[in-house]
Design a protein around this ligand. Structure first.
Ligand SMILES: [Ca+2]
Length: 412
């Protein structure tokens, strides 16, 4: 297994770039070596609290199913536990030391170097490249355009309901709407009657439908917003995690002698109305234990909600008969502390904030090709308690280090 931070990033670039390996001959009209499509799924603030990483509580059957067909990395780490520097890093294949971005406030092409991005590389090799949701961090760090037009063949898509994420749409016990951290919602009751990640899934499926018969291969990046705060998700997902089942972090204390620079006081949480009402001391807290349980409950519920979106997306890949000719890469921009070390945030360098899930499904390589209408990614309902846990981690890593495309199918 990989042992040092940064190698996950390297693998991401290596495997995705390898998808272009057959392109030259494809451009010459050799249908035997048609290039594979790429579906790149990036989730915001998702640590590996997933069944496929051994989490016994979280229900993530669709991501687990993807993992069961994939090469699953156990020790992948983001370069930095902040959205923009992490995303610019893995999308350019360069460390923050090279992109010169450690915050949100500069565009690498202007301030560091005119580096190509992974989607740009695919685009220049003849792929149709498309961005749905949060792929690049929006704003200055991607030139207020998600690096369009360089990275994308068509204008990037952002869900219209994203603008409601941080306003008062969370109904509190008083019956009024608040801008809370904990925000389980009745989707029928929210503006536009939908949520950003649901819209992103629908848009991505529409693009897949259009690309099914396209002459050119595609690189489709889909960026999901949850479990980034606020935890605004369909309220039914709370039922998966009764509070009495929610444990606390096993190491909830701020380490003795911790230098203040190594600690982040999670000010973004404190600004939410429900957290502000707790009058928690700055910078170290702690958060009352009952509320800690509620934060963990909502994080896990948000993960299961995202899992259903991933499930819908992959199921569409199946239905459109694209699963046999599309690489699926799945990762997150960084993790999140769920009370470990007294932290409730990203930003720090503790491993809970830097470690990410990372997996690659490569049809015919990490798994046998689907045969005769076989469904590789049938949607699995996380509320169905009879759905079996997937067996994962059976794909051998080390034959792939030197030759990513020559794993024996029988080993998958
Ligand atoms: Ca993030």
């Amino acid at each position: 297994m990989l042992s040092s931070p940064g190698r996950g990033l390297f693998r991401l670039c290596l495997v995705l770039a390898s998808a272009c390996a057959a392109l030259q001959s494809a451009e010459q009209g050799n249908s035997v070596t048609d290039p594979l499509n790429v579906l790149f799924i990036v989730v915001d603030d998702l640590r590996p609290t997933l069944g496929c990483y051994g989490d016994k509580l979280v229900r993530s059957p669709n991501i687990d199913q993807l993992a069961s067909h994939s090469l699953l990395f156990q020790n992948a780490f983001a370069q930095q536990a902040v959205c923009a520097p992490s995303r610019v890093s893995f999308l350019t294949g360069r460390r923050p030391d090279t992109t010169r971005l450690y915050d949100f406030n500069s565009y690498w092409r202007v301030h560091a170097g005119n580096f190509s991005t992974i989607p740009q590389y695919f685009k220049e090799k003849g792929y149709v490249t498309m961005s749905v949701g949060k792929v690049f961090h929006p704003g200055i760090s991607s030139n207020h355009s998600d690096d369009a037009p360089y990275s994308w063949s068509i204008p990037p898509y952002h869900p219209s309901s994203e603008k409601y994420e941080n306003i008062k749409t969370c109904r509190g016990p008083d019956g009024e709407l608040h801008a809370n951290l904990l925000c389980p919602v009745d989707v029928r009751d929210v503006p536009e009657g939908t949520l950003p990640d649901k819209q992103s899934t629908e848009q991505a499926i529409q693009l897949l439908e259009k690309m099914k018969t396209a002459a050119r291969p595609f690189f489709l990046a889909v960026g999901y917003h949850k479990p980034h705060i606020p935890f605004r998700y369909p309220k039914e997902f709370q039922k998966l995690y009764p509070l009495e089942n929610i444990t606390l972090a096993p190491n909830p204390w701020v380490p003795a002698g911790l230098p203040p620079v190594a600690y982040n006081p999670w000010m973004d949480l404190r600004q939410r109305e429900d957290v502000a009402a707790l009058n928690i001391s700055v910078p170290y807290g702690p958060i009352p234990v009952d509320f800690q349980r509620k934060i963990r409950q909502s994080y896990f519920a948000s993960v299961s909600y995202v899992d259903t979106q991933v499930g819908r997306l992959l199921s569409a890949l199946d239905d459109l008969q694209l699963a046999g000719r599309t690489i699926v890469a799945f990762t997150s921009d960084h993790g999140w502390s769920l009370g470990e070390h007294g932290e409730w945030a990203k930003y720090s360098n503790f491993d809970v904030t830097t470690r990410v899930p990372l997996m690659f499904y490569v049809p015919g390589t990490t798994a046998l090709l689907p045969q005769g209408g076989e469904k590789f990614f049938p949607y699995i309902d996380p509320f169905d308690s009879t759905s079996e846990l997937m067996q994962t981690g059976t794909t051998k890593l080390f034959p792939t280090v030197l030759a990513p495309f020559y794993i024996s199918s029988s080993s998958a």
